[in-house]
Design a protein around this ligand. Structure first.
Ligand code: SF4
Ligand code: SF4
Ligand code: SF4
Length: 283
């Protein structure tokens, strides 16, 4: 049976992707512009972060409380990777996910540096969003994919007066989309945890989130079912640990664990029967 938190995550994720895609594809009437304004108000766009400190603060509080909910529900690039990963897992020779060690600290520091630069430079850095392979601004990247790949593909068959974007923009967005899909198909959410500056920042906040995923090592049977479905490759079931900086709060592991050993909780589990413990001397 599907876990209710996973069902809720998928529903919010699909609703968000469909709404964003619809508003980017639809002719900009006054109503659509108003909807786009309110939706974009809640998106984390690095180049607008200085002017939208309250939105950044809102997502910071959500991440500190519940983990990387933004990555599991709102971000369109996260949803594309999840859809690709879902398709990839159905291939006959698809291998289950396994724990991978995290990127070295200097990679994360570099990504955070890029994020702060993008926030500081504002509109000057907006064009960075279109650099393939480096999702400086995931939302802007998605807008670029719709404007420069999806719309030209549709308008080329149904409209004569449509002005197509330049070949450079089409190529950049096309390569970006292809890269995101191939990464999702073959590596789940690895892109999120190695190349996304926003993911590095949300991961830093997620590392101390109140609610987090925790393995009860007294109950764990080391069956690896949770590792099999962890697209972030952040569960080490041998060690009984989950890397909270890379966990994208997808709830797949909660559903996979049949031994009730994995929980989404505020508690940090301690062994109830550790191998070494003080024994009271018999008197
Ligand atoms: S890590 Fe970046 S690309 Fe991935 S879901 Fe989060 S914000 Fe989006
Ligand atoms: S630890 Fe669980 S919730 Fe976090 S990414 Fe892995 S499967 Fe998803
Ligand atoms: S699925 Fe549960 S029992 Fe199996 S390895 Fe993961 S935490 Fe342990």
């Amino acid at each position: 049976m599907k876990h209710p938190l996973k069902i809720a995550r998928i529903l919010v994720q699909l609703t968000s992707l469909i709404t964003i895609t619809w508003m980017l594809m639809t002719a900009p009437t006054a109503a659509v512009i108003a909807i786009r304004g309110s939706v974009e108000h809640w998106m984390l766009i690095p180049t607008a972060m200085i002017g939208a400190a309250s939105v950044f603060g809102f997502w910071l509080i959500i991440t500190l409380a519940f983990g990387r909910i933004y990555c599991s529900t709102i971000c369109p690039l996260g949803t594309i990777q999840d859809i690709a990963a879902n398709i990839g897992s159905r291939f006959k020779h698809a291998k289950p996910y396994r724990y991978k060690p995290p990127s070295p600290w200097f990679v994360k520091a570099g990504l955070l540096g890029i994020l702060f630069m993008a926030a500081g430079l504002g509109s000057l850095a907006a064009s960075w969003a279109m650099i393939p392979f480096l999702e400086v601004s995931p939302y802007d990247s998605y807008v670029g994919i719709i404007d420069n790949v999806v719309k030209p593909a549709i308008h080329s068959v149904d409209s004569e007066d449509y002005v197509a974007p330049s070949t450079r923009l089409i190529l950049a967005a096309g390569v970006n989309l292809l890269f995101i899909i191939i990464m999702g198909l073959t590596r789940g959410r690895e892109l999120c945890n190695t190349l996304c500056p926003l993911g590095a920042a949300l991961g830093a906040a997620g590392s101390i989130s109140l609610f987090h995923f925790d393995i009860d090592t007294d109950l764990c049977t080391h069956c690896r079912r949770c590792e099999d479905v962890c697209r972030a490759s952040c569960i080490d079931s041998d060690a009984g640990t989950i890397d909270p900086t890379r966990c994208v709060t997808c709830f797949n592991c909660l559903e996979a664990c049949k031994d009730n050993a994995l929980k989404y909780t505020t508690r940090r589990h301690r062994l109830s029967t550790p191998m070494l413990q003080k024994i009271k001397p018999v008197t």
